[in-house]
Design a protein around this ligand. Structure first.
Ligand SMILES: C[S@@+](CC[C@H](N)C(=O)[O-])C[C@H]1O[C@@H](n2cnc3c(N)ncnc32)[C@H](O)[C@@H]1O
Length: 161
């Protein structure tokens, strides 16, 4: 498979997973959305379309997004997420989307030391979480299945129990 095909496959899966969650019957009716990793702003842009009535709070250490996808100052949290997310513990969010896998085993292992707990601390009981690039192993995150029609591509969906 070419790298182009592989990239398209990953992006398609991520888009399909986000669409799946936006209409998920378990998604709480109220609550904010967290975007963990702004990056280029592609998935943030998609979240804005899918969750037009919800506040979307975004974490990243830098703002390097396309100018059309830069969150309002009050919704952009700049810094190391392991630290900045502590200010949002108990937010009771409806949904958190994490996309901070680096593809580097060592870096991702370090991220896994804090990311699953950070996600648990951000979302409400019954809230949903999705991670691309790395699973979120945690006793309070129950993995949910997704329809077979969606290619997995290392995306994972959870409900906080
Ligand atoms: C793969 S990109 C996100 C791509 C984004 N979902 C998109 O569609 O454009 C990951 C982003 O997470 C940020 N990031 C990764 N680990 C981080 C950390 N520990 N603290 C803060 N930001 C981090 C990086 O700066 C990068 O912008």
């Amino acid at each position: 498979m070419s790298r182009l095909d592989s990239f398209i496959g990953r992006m398609t899966a991520q888009r399909d997973y986000l669409d799946h969650i936006a209409s998920h019957p378990l998604l709480p009716d109220t609550g904010d959305v967290f975007e963990i990793g702004l990056g280029n702003g592609r998935t943030y842009s998609h979240l804005r379309e899918k969750f037009p009535d919800r506040r979307i709070i975004v974490f990243d250490r830098v703002v390097m997004a396309h100018s059309s996808c830069v969150p309002e100052d009050e919704n952009m949290v700049i810094g190391e997420i392991a630290e900045t997310a502590k200010n949002y513990v108990g937010s009771d969010a409806a949904f958190a989307h994490a996309d901070i896998g680096s593809g580097n085993e060592e870096i991702d292992a370090k991220t896994l030391e804090w990311l699953p707990q950070a996600v648990v601390d951000l979302i409400a009981h019954g809230g949903l979480a999705m991670s691309c690039g790395m699973p979120l192993p945690h006793a309070r995150l129950k993995e949910l299945s997704v329809p077979d029609t969606i290619s997995s591509q290392r995306c994972f969906v959870y409900q906080k129990i």
